[in-house]
Design a protein around this ligand. Structure first.
Ligand code: SF4
Ligand code: SF4
Length: 454
């Protein structure tokens, strides 16, 4: 068993509701709403307008700078290009497509004649044009991670930890599509020029580990599966690096600083599909679960499917459902409507009933220190909370609040139920606002001095 990372917590995994249910294909929705930002970086520019006909896999959004293109997930007619509600908050420019239910595939989708004869540059270009991003939720453009890591990375790691409670999409993928995972690993090994790819999997997925090991043995693939003790947030990039290599990413650094690159299980499958079939990212596996869902399931659906369709396919929501969360319960975002669409980073949609509401009004810190012990990045959450509450920006910087990855482990461990993670989001915004204000003031001062001299 691999060594562990510092801190962390061990919440009840709540995975039993879906981990034995095969991935089901959702009945195609009548309409998809495809946001022009499903990646880390600036939003894409729409390439289509209302009235255009589109096909599956056709590029409908182009990126500039850091980003990834976006493709139509169904064939049909563009109904509108307009801002729509978005799971990351607010509204986002979106392409609304009326499904013609023909599933006509675009001529742009072309499988390479011989995928195994492709050069590294050609494979990276395919990954780029396929719009592949971190499918575990980080949504960082995969082509950038690969091209930026070549020559620096000697540990290619696949994140199969799936440590967030409730979520089982990666586990089901290991059981049902191990060939795609191992195939994607082989292409990653070729791109990075490494002898071996390592998949880290928490040991509550032993049958998933067995399924992948069987394929590795059959194909004699340069891939190793390493079981990990269950501990949240093992699936954090930096924690996985430490658990699998024993090396720690420095504060403010990236896995590439210690020679590592980390890819999610379903990102690896997307790489395999793009290189072998030419099909870009048009579908997503979503775990629909929680006490408010009548029949929890794992569903595969076109990108842009309204989450209300997912809940309908699971028998609907129970009376008394008070909260919807996009993502896991530790890091997910509460939603005010079920009309937000599934994006490339949507791994779960959870609904909770009122009897699970445990919020405490005006909680008081009892200085027990449990939050400090739980923090995987060695921060002191109890002090950061006070600084953020009082708007003490310099102290927040000194407490390294920008290293907080908002994992929620401290909030989970806190017996007083302090609203720690929420306060850290506010604190980080205060630090960013102050940095922007300082920069603007320095530029104004410089401009004034230059004017004076002239
Ligand atoms: S939310 Fe931030 S402060 Fe709390 S445990 Fe996670 S990294 Fe540490
Ligand atoms: S765990 Fe909660 S109560 Fe204990 S020191 Fe941290 S913030 Fe205070």
């Amino acid at each position: 068993m691999a060594q562990a990372f510092f801190g962390g917590v061990h919440p009840n995994d709540m995975k039993a509701a879906t981990n034995e249910k095969a991935i089901e294909q959702l009945a195609p929705p009548a309409e998809v709403v495809i946001p022009m930002s499903m990646h880390f970086g600036a939003p894409c520019t729409p390439l289509v307008k209302a009235g255009d006909l589109v096909k599956v896999g056709q590029k409908i959004g182009e990126f500039r700078g850091l980003g990834a293109p976006i493709h139509a997930s169904v064939s049909g007619k563009v109904k509108a290009v307009e801002p729509r509600p978005y799971s990351m908050g607010g509204n986002m420019m979106s392409v609304v497509i009326e499904n013609d239910f023909q599933d006509t595939v675009s001529e742009e989708v072309q499988a390479p004649a011989d995928p195994n004869a492709l050069s590294v540059e050609e494979m990276i270009e395919i990954v780029k044009q396929a719009g592949i991003v971190g499918m575990g939720g980080a949504t960082f453009p995969t082509h950038v991670k690969i091209s930026g890591g070549i020559g620096k990375v000697d540990n290619v790691l696949i994140n199969g930890a799936e440590c967030e409670p409730y979520i089982t999409g990666d586990h089901r993928t290991m059981l049902e599509r191990p060939e795609e995972i191992i195939g994607g690993c082989k292409y990653l090994a070729k791109m990075f020029g490494v002898d071996k790819v390592t998949i880290g999997v928490e040991d509550n997925k032993q049958n998933g580990i067995d399924a992948m090991n069987k394929v590795i043995a059959e194909q004699n693939a340069p891939v190793e599966v390493v079981p990990l003790h269950c501990r949240y947030p093992q699936g954090g990039e930096k924690q996985l690096c430490q658990a699998l290599t024993g090396k720690q990413v420095p504060p403010g650094g990236l896995p590439s600083n210690i020679g590592c690159a980390v890819f999610n299980i379903n990102t690896t499958c997307a790489i395999y599909r793009a290189i072998t079939t030419g099909m870009p990212v048009v579908n997503k596996i979503v775990t629909v679960s929680g006490s408010g869902v009548v029949e929890p399931k794992n569903l595969e659906c076109p990108i842009g499917t309204p989450v209300s369709c997912l809940f309908d396919a699971c028998g609907g929501l129970k009376d008394g459902t008070y909260k919807l969360v996009a993502g896991g319960p530790m890091m997910g975002m509460a939603q005010y409507t079920a009309e937000v669409p599934v994006g490339k980073g949507t791994g779960a949609m959870l609904a909770f009933c009122e009897n699970e509401e445990q919020t405490v009004e005006n909680p008081q810190c009892i200085r027990c220190g449990k939050c400090v012990a739980a923090c995987p990045v060695h921060l002191e959450p109890l002090f950061m909370y006070q600084y953020a509450e009082k708007g003490m920006v310099d102290e927040l910087n000194e407490a390294h609040i920008m290293d907080c990855m908002e994992c929620g482990a401290c909030a989970y461990a806190c017996p007083a139920r302090m609203h720690l993670t929420q306060m850290f989001k506010t604190g980080k915004q205060l630090v960013k606002d102050k940095a922007a204000a300082d920069k603007a003031a320095a530029e104004a001062k410089k401009a004034a001095e230059e004017k004076k001299e002239a």
